[in-house]
Design a protein around this ligand. Structure first.
Ligand SMILES: Cc1cc2nc3c(=O)[nH]c(=O)nc-3n(C[C@H](O)[C@H](O)[C@H](O)COP(=O)(O)O)c2cc1C
Length: 322
């Protein structure tokens, strides 16, 4: 598959609880080539659940969208396909990395790493319904005793996956410990030239991390996850770094203006009360490390008025000028 099909090499990763349409809109404004939805339950999709439908809504003008689904087997995925296709995803990604017990105990998420045969069945089931590209996001293995990402990737490739994203940690590692860069090299040695897009995920916190991952591990692209929370600027910075070899970072005023724009979108999409509440975790990330932020954190965590929150954000900018 050509990288242009999905938009480009710099993608906002799926982040449950974060990559809703407001955050995706902000990330795209700052240069993300595409974004992935939060993980969506195949069973929920099959039942046309309201919660599921909300996760799949696009922001106005969102031209491409990778939809991530999770499920334990081909059965709910088959039943979900009609509803899923009505959203016209750019690509359908299958979650094989979620470590959360509630998901894993059903056989979905990273539990699929223990059952590589099943990922083949799921991909083939999707392909019975559509020619939309199928992508798989997976881990190194269940734990350090059962590293099987190459076997897993081979089954997915054999079944027709057009894109592979390796999160180079085991399920047992969760989100801690360093992502294993060597695993990306092994993946690209095995699949370069296959026509399958190879993406890396794990410890992408700076433009340098992203560019070196692509260049040194011979990947087609990277997914930005925790590194983009409160920091959508990373997409523009990475593109500058790629084009010019260096990049500039936005000043505090630009950062806070983006945080306020993000807040406005949350309020527009979810209403004043819910929008402000859902925005709190993003705001904590936007203000992290800024002088005076620890002073305002608790206040932001209680407010349900976007105007009041903006006033507080502006005090951080003004304090910077003093
Ligand atoms: C809060 C949170 C939610 C996540 N949700 C998902 C998800 O829904 N689907 C998925 O495939 N990965 C999910 N991930 C994993 C990320 O997409 C990414 O692979 C992982 O964080 C490693 O990248 P990083 O070390 O650069 O953050 C999530 C990670 C975090 C921290």
């Amino acid at each position: 598959m050509d990288i242009k099909t999905i938009g480009g090499p710099f993608i906002l990763a799926p982040l449950a609880g974060y990559t809703d349409k407001a955050f995706r809109e902000i990330a795209r404004l700052w240069g993300a080539d595409a974004a992935v939805t939060e993980m969506v339950s195949a069973e929920g999709l099959a039942r046309n659940g309201e919660k599921t439908k909300a996760l799949l809504e696009r922001f106005p003008g969102e031209d491409n969208l990778i939809v991530q689904i999770f499920g334990p087997s081909d059965d709910p995925v088959r039943r979900a396909m009609e509803n899923l296709l009505s959203y016209n995803p750019t690509a359908i990604d299958i979650n094989c990395g979620c470590p959360v017990p509630k998901v894993v105990k059903t056989g979905a998420g990273s539990a699929l790493m223990k059952n590589p045969e099943m990922i083949g069945k799921i991909i083939k089931a999707i392909k019975e319904f559509t020619a939309i590209p199928v992508s798989v996001k997976f881990r190194l293995g269940w734990d350090s005793e059962s590293i099987n990402f190459m076997e897993f990737a081979s089954v997915a490739a054999e079944a027709g996956a057009e894109m592979l994203t390796l999160h180079a940690r085991t399920r047992a590692q969760g989100y801690s410990g360093q992502a294993d860069r060597n695993a990306f090299r092994i993946l690209s040695e095995g699949f370069n030239g296959s026509g399958i897009l190879l993406f890396g995920s794990g410890d992408v916190f700076t433009p340098e991390d992203a560019i070196s991952l692509i260049d040194e591990c011979h990947l087609d692209g990277v997914m930005f996850a925790r590194g983009a929370i409160g920091n959508p600027f990373i997409f523009k910075e990475t593109k500058m770094m790629k084009a010019e070899g260096c990049y500039s970072i936005p000043n505090l005023k630009d950062r806070m203006e983006t945080a306020m724009k993000h807040l406005d979108l949350m309020v527009k999409y979810y209403g004043e009360d819910k929008g402000c509440r859902e925005m709190r975790k993003h705001l904590m990330a936007y203000i992290k490390g800024i002088p005076g932020s620890s002073r305002v954190k608790n206040e932001i965590a209680t407010l349900t008025s976007s105007e009041k929150i903006k006033e507080i954000l502006m005090t951080l900018v003004q304090a910077d000028f003093l």
